[in-house]
Design a protein around this ligand. Sequence first.
Ligand SMILES: Nc1ncnc2c1ncn2[C@@H]1O[C@H](COP(=O)(O)OP(=O)(O)O)[C@@H](O)[C@H]1O
Length: 297
Amino acid sequence: MAVLNRLLRAKKELSFSSSYSWMTTACMWRSSSSATFSDAADLSGAPSSPIKALPVRQDPKDRNVQWVFLGCPGVGKGTYASRLSNRLGVPHIATGDLVREELSSTGPLSKQLAEIVNQGKLVSDEIIFNLLSRRLEAGEAKGESGFILDGFPRTIRQAEILEDLTDIDLVINLKLREDILLEKCLGRRICSQCGGNFNIANIDIKGENEKPGIYMAPLLPPPHCASKLITRSDDTEEVVKERFRIYNESSQPVEEFYRSRGKLLEFDLPGGIPESWPKLLRALNLDDHDGEQSAAA
Ligand SMILES: Nc1ncnc2c1ncn2[C@@H]1O[C@H](COP(=O)(O)OP(=O)(O)O)[C@@H](O)[C@H]1O
């Protein structure tokens, strides 16, 4: 389907829908967002509009999957979304990565974004929609179809607008105990050269009172990355706890939104990648070929 048609239809839907007239949405955003309108417009270089390049209600058999990963910071959304994206041949789009790319650029929003992210707060919906829109348009120009979204939607407003624009087929909600999540966030490391993600946390919790134990081995870097590891500036204990607080506050309505539409798959992580990945594939009915050995790799 021609991109332009879809963009126009998406824009039209937003302009004329009673609940989401663009001006109404914009005003709501303006009042709730931490960044200003003009900043967001600077980002795209054009008048703002929500996600522009989404396929609008295409028949799922004519396109690739459109999935979403939900889950608290540190749960492993990026890890599993990236593995699934390789397996299914769809792009893995993480809004956190888009925010960090913008942060490390010399763009006008960079300083303001740093302040928001380093306090563990959410970036305004409008900025997120602009970043996502730009990413989807670039992908569409390269012929990408479908997506696995990671870290979006994070608020009920983001979920509602996304639903207005396109059909999400499935939402996978990854879950893990909060004490483990904290250890995992504090153990995260990134190679400053290749961008590889690692984790030095060694989670080994014994089972008690009929609750099973949980083991998650560290994901250590290869020797050539070991001396180049950095920690995300928002992965300090104070900021991580604030991110948990905000996540817990905003995630329930988002989960309920998808649960009530029969799209939510709850997945309790049973352990590290070798244990969790095959079980996730099974839960998704994707375990029919090349198997669990390679999955655990
Ligand atoms: N959908 C979103 N809405 C608002 N802010 C977002 C969104 N996605 C990412 N961010 C911003 O980027 C930061 C990093 O996101 P992410 O990498 O997904 O981290 P995590 O899931 O570990 O908290 C968030 O703390 C938030 O400031």
